[in-house]
Design a protein around this ligand. Sequence first.
Ligand code: LFR
Length: 487
Amino acid sequence: PAAPLFAAVDIGASSGRVIVGNIGSGEVSLEVVHRFPNGVMEHPAPEHGSLHWDLDGLFDQVLVGLAAAAEYAATVVGQIASIGIDTWAVDYGLIDADGAMAGPPFSYRDGRGAKQVVSVHERISPEQLYQTTGLQHLPFNTIYQLAAEQAAGQDLTARHALLIPDLIAFKLTGVRRAESTNASTTGLFDAVAGEWATEFLAALGLPAELFPPLVEPGDTIGTLRPEIAAHTGLPATTTVVAVGSHDTASAVAAVPAAGKNFAYISSGTWSLVGVELAIPVLSEASRLANFTNERGVDGTIRYLRNVGGLWLLSESMRSWDEAAASAGTVAPSLTELLVAAAAEPPGGPRIDVDSQEFIAPGGMPGRVRAAVHAKGGALDTRPAAVVRCILESLAAAYAATVREAAELSGQAVEVIHIVGGGSQNELLCQLTANATGLPVEAGPVEATALGNVLIQARAAGAAPATRGELRAVVAASHQCVRYLPIS
Ligand code: LFR
């Protein structure tokens, strides 16, 4: 029989990919078969400037990628056994009783959620919210976005909400399910019970059936709709299997840690910085420090905080590119910027990368400089200085967050694993080792896709059972780069 292969659909805020994973003896290899861009789009009139995701466009790209996966499988005499989907969290689409989508989903970078925070907290206090959900306060959590939906007069009674990966799974299979790791980012999920917090839905006047039944990573969601199988060339038996559909949950599952005493930094658009726990920390101190208890695979707790991420860098580069284009010149590449930033003197000005002022897109270098000025400092306009400031600030925030995560949870930390795009940023990795005084193990860059593939493979009986063993498979397949602190 043809060897089973696993297709990972992994979509981030700036790009998506379809990857085929192959499990060998104790190792896993990935083949990227399709890449496509993603980004927030402004809604055309009459909805002035609201920020959305082009879900129809993304779904078209998913189909192109799945067709490429089928073709690739044939060339290696394999067969795609299942598909797993992961994306960013909190955002959702609304579908009606016929399964039709009511317009493109909003992006969490739209400001509508922030406007509803007060009205939601009038009905459910922040203490009550944290006691039940253990979720960090972010103004774009699903709960506030749904309140915005109500405030805009949307009738939610006949609608179903599906988080983005669940929405893609629904379009592929016709089955409506909510995967638990991502459900844990809504503000409507009970972190201890592992169930929907139905009392909060009721308190907000949201329909009890707004979200579908929960599934766990490893559960089968459904089989491809026949027309999708025919269109992509995938076998009619191909299933969609729930993975850690929150990209961060998949990434954490693939952190190649050997022991238990590690912290992780999943470094991409955001930096998700924390530790893995067996039970949530719901203390008042934890709430005030704004740590989250998001759900990981196997019912674990991802105890972490969202630290500003490479978004600050990518948005700055977008500004410099635009300025260069209108001047008829070319802005420096990322590699050039990082070399120049490494040559900048250490100990320059820093910003609070977690500040809400950096959530929206546009004009990032100016906003970074304004934040430095607001603290009485000065930052010149040279890109190298701005990049150095961003990276030093990120490393300082990583160090503070790792220290607080360890203190608040009691979890010892002896090593820091950086996975995702930031693991390739040598300057950031070294600054992190310096700021924390701990060794940093960098890589793999594709941790999210690896976690996605491994959870599917385990469900098919093709990968080992425990998280530790899965991590060992990642470690055996990937050579980490080690950074030691230099003081
Ligand atoms: C990272 C991530 C974070 C989540 C943010 C918004 O890609 O999923 O974990 O807080 O995006 O959804």
